[in-house]
Write a protein that binds this ligand. Structure first.
Ligand code: SF4
Length: 161
């Protein structure tokens, strides 16, 4: 059975930087939970980040791939460099996904960790651009099929095939 690594905040867990969750209500979530497909983790908490925490973005309009390659940092709005925590969290999330046999991931978009289509550009001005966060980038490199929460219907379709 294909298992799915899902961002913890999408299940309503209060793990986001603002101390809240971001519950995704969709019949597929209930079905996958009953089928025992869902495995959940918050990569940022796995990397040692606290709740709440300052918002963070990947600097200079760069991407999660650039962070993994050592070409970009993840910076908090307060100026703190949290690159090491974000990379460690991505690596722990990947190990967790592998240990649990996840071949798919459903990740919330926009996050510097979990974003898979859009991320913020590092200006903290609310500007998004195309790109992946650190965890989404590592998952893709490792062969996990990553879907944005906006594409949950596409994932459901893929699992039906
Ligand atoms: Fe949600 Fe991912 Fe951010 Fe954790 S790292 S709060 S799971 S978006």
């Amino acid at each position: 059975m294909d298992r799915i690594l899902i961002s913890a905040c999408l299940l309503g867990h209060a793990v986001r930087y603002d101390g809240k969750g971001k519950l995704l209500v969709h019949p597929a979530i209930d079905r996958w939970r009953e089928e025992g497909r869902l495995v959940t983790i918050c990569p940022e908490m796995a990397g040692g980040m606290a709740v709440p925490r300052p918002p963070a973005e990947i600097e200079n309009g760069l991407t999660g791939e650039d962070v993994l390659d050592g070409k970009a940092r993840v910076i908090e709005v307060t100026g703190g460099d949290v690159t090491a925590e974000f990379v460690a969290g991505a690596e722990r999330a990947l190990a967790f996904a592998s240990d649990n046999g996840c071949t798919f991931a459903l990740l919330i978009d926009g996050s510097p960790s979990c974003g898979s289509g859009l991320i913020y550009d590092g200006s903290f001005a609310g500007i998004k651009h195309a790109g992946r966060g650190v965890t989404a980038a590592l998952f893709r490199r490792s062969g996990i099929d990553v879907f944005s929460h906006r594409d949950i219907d596409l994932l459901a379709e893929r699992l039906r095939k």
